[in-house]
Write a protein that binds this ligand. Sequence first.
Ligand code: ADP
Ligand code: MG
Length: 534
Amino acid sequence: MQTVFSLMRPHLRRFVVAAAFGALTILASVFLALASSWLIAMAALRPSISELNLAIVGVRGLGVGRAAFRYLERLTGHDATFRLLADLRVRFYQRIEPLSGVQLGSQHTGDLLARVVADVETLQNVYLRAVGPFAVALLVGIVTSVLISSFDFGAGVAAAGLMLIGGVVVPLWAYRQAQLIGQSVVVERAGLTVQAVELVQGMADTLAYGLQGAHLADLNDRIGRVRTAESRLAGLDGWVNAVSALLSGGALLAVLWLTLDTVSGVWLAALALAAQAAFEAFQPLTQAAQQWGMTEVAAARLFDTQPVAPVHGQGIPTGFDLQLSDVTFGYDPALPVVPGLTLDIPHGMHIALVSPSGGGKSTVLGLLTGLLTPQQGVIRLGGEDLRTLDADAVRAIMGVLPQRMHLFNTTLGENIILARPDASESEIIEAARRAHIHDAIVSLSDGYETLLGEDGAKFSGGQRQRVALARVFLRNAPIWILDEPTAALDHTTAAQVMHEVKQAAHGQTLIVLLHDEAQAEGITFDRVVQLYPH
Ligand code: ADP
Ligand code: MG
């Protein structure tokens, strides 16, 4: 829950404004009920029209005002929510992007992707359905209770009591229930996405081995479980609505009964109807409470991805020299993939690490970027143990080309600029030129504005790799780490691109992971290290 609030904090002002508009919307309804029933009761006594003028204007104004406030509430609430979502996506991306080259241990990529999509979407409701309604109900409850108690203290207390039940007891009960049911809804829905993604991605293999029947049956099972969980949630919804309706009717009767002797006739119906109108603010609370339960589950899962990035310290790197001393790492500790690697990479060195496939290169990349932690030995950056440094600060000084880079379903230009959001257009073009992808981009009718499609579907493997490489050029970080940068390129392009890389990284550290020295033919490194000499 704290995580949800910590996400909202930067946008707090916007959320407060949205909640204020929300409260004004419902208070307009409350006062509209009050003014219009007072008007009707008063008119029956046939006073002069001048006595009614204020109420007539009030009814008109409140009727229009209610719509205007609702509009402003939606506008400001959504604006704040989308800003929050943008933050969340960037933050999540920054956390997982460098991981894309390293396999994520127990976490499937399908699961990760599904988590981002499904859970970010659930979090989208944090303000709109969860936090906002509670703030609004609190304000409305206080104003209405004070209003009624200014006529009759007892009635005010009774209304406040019923609102407390409608605003606290019922939602709390709904929250408890939703937590139990919501857990299974979120888990089953996310599971469904994972299963669907895997089914589509593995379609060729599924058909080839004739497994489609079994896989579809599994999928149907899952859909059934999602449906069961959702219908339990809907059933809860029904109960909660019934209780809420009883409460608002109860408020009307209670206020009427208690004010019968104490309040003058024209105000009687007005107060009772105002009390009932205030319950409009409490209806969404139970839905909000249900959302809360589900939001918590989603938030927990989203932040659960943190443990895969095990750099915990707070320190800021003070230098760029890398030192690996006796670094040992194995995904299964009994079978080290990197067995006692000792290596000095002073700032400015250009070094190639070579091993056959499966020799541990991408694992070394994970270790150098602090995403994997050695089981033995230590990695130092600028003389400091990597584990004592802040993960984001470490990544900020690195430009990494992961082996399995990812392109986003947005424009080519956006895909490059994410490496350095403040870059100018000419810098982007320069980076693309150096990565030998500029010509291919401008030959497209939309150029840098071309939309890529899911995972860069419109581009070939080699082109995608060069778009990703353009990011590293643009980043121009003190430490470049490229995992098989030329794997998908033809011989000539590979040589040209590597030449550009060497030049651009001049004076900076360049670590190139290669499965074969021939991948960088004609390029001279200060050192070439065989990682896994069998
Ligand atoms: P390279 O990049 O040189 O091809 P990797 O570092 O990707 O080598 O892999 C080294 C070894 O570690 C391989 O045997 C690979 O199967 C294994 N490996 C890589 N990632 C994981 C993981 N997440 N879980 C278990 N084993 C892994
Ligand atoms: Mg690799």
